[in-house]
Design a protein around this ligand. Structure first.
Ligand code: FE
Length: 230
């Protein structure tokens, strides 16, 4: 059974069951998975802050809803798919990314400048934040754990081709590789190459092919026939 975040917090703050109740619970239904220490700590902090009136639960719900439902790689994939089907849009995106991104209804929420980088058969762009984890949240959601790791942040600069190989991308030697270092003021969106075999696909179907990693530049977008059907 799925418990809502708010429901879980309420349950956590209710009194412990008596031994008889606990025995009944053990045999009456499946046991609830115990959350990790970190999620328990976050939930405890949240319930304390709410209890003391320091934060508004509705504001927290709105924030969580934003990151669960409103921002994420699906936004970036819509930008890429539009650029693939509309050459004029692609030109606008490459020359003035913030304006072109806002055209599709994704205004900057972090106040940063955005630059779109086009991957072609001759040039491959990949993005890192060597200092911390700067990332275009509005378009790609929260950064993956590996993006924040010191291994990626250092090796993406020292041995980018080796890192790409580990992601399964063996870049030919004649393809120029450019590594871009994000900052809080300047973040990047990679526009990956449109894969072969997608001539008849519409914009929505194309958006479905675009992966988060391809928009960071650590993999290519696979053609529909290359994708594994599960
Ligand atoms: Fe950063």
């Amino acid at each position: 059974m799925k418990t809502s975040r708010r429901g879980f917090i309420a349950a956590m703050s209710s009194p412990a069951p008596s031994p008889a109740d606990a025995a009944e619970q053990q045999h009456g239904h499946q046991h609830q998975t115990v959350p990790s220490d970190i999620s328990l700590r976050v939930k405890s902090l949240e319930s304390l802050l709410v209890e003391k009136g320091l934060v508004d639960p509705a504001a927290l719900d709105a924030l969580v809803d934003t990151y669960e439902n409103k921002v994420g790689p699906r936004n970036g994939s819509k930008i890429v798919a539009r650029a693939w089907v509309d050459p004029a849009y692609k030109r606008r995106l490459l020359s003035d990314a913030p304006r072109a991104i806002a055209e599709l209804g994704f205004p900057s929420v972090q106040g940063e400048h955005m630059v779109a980088l086009e991957n072609t058969g001759k040039v491959h762009n990949m993005v890192v934040c060597t200092l911390c984890s700067c990332y275009p949240w509005t378009l790609l959601g929260l950064p993956p754990v590996w993006y924040k790791s010191s291994a990626y942040r250092s090796r993406a600069v020292i041995d980018p081709r080796g890192v790409l190989k580990e992601f399964g991308l063996d870049l030919p030697a004649n393809v120029e590789l450019r590594v871009w270092d994000s900052t809080a003021e300047l973040r990047y969106l990679v526009v990956p190459e449109r894969p072969a075999g997608t001539k008849d696909m519409d914009e929505e179907a194309l958006a479905g092919l675009v992966t988060r990693n391809s928009m960071i530049g650590v993999e290519k977008v696979k053609s529909p026939t290359q994708r594994v059907v599960r």
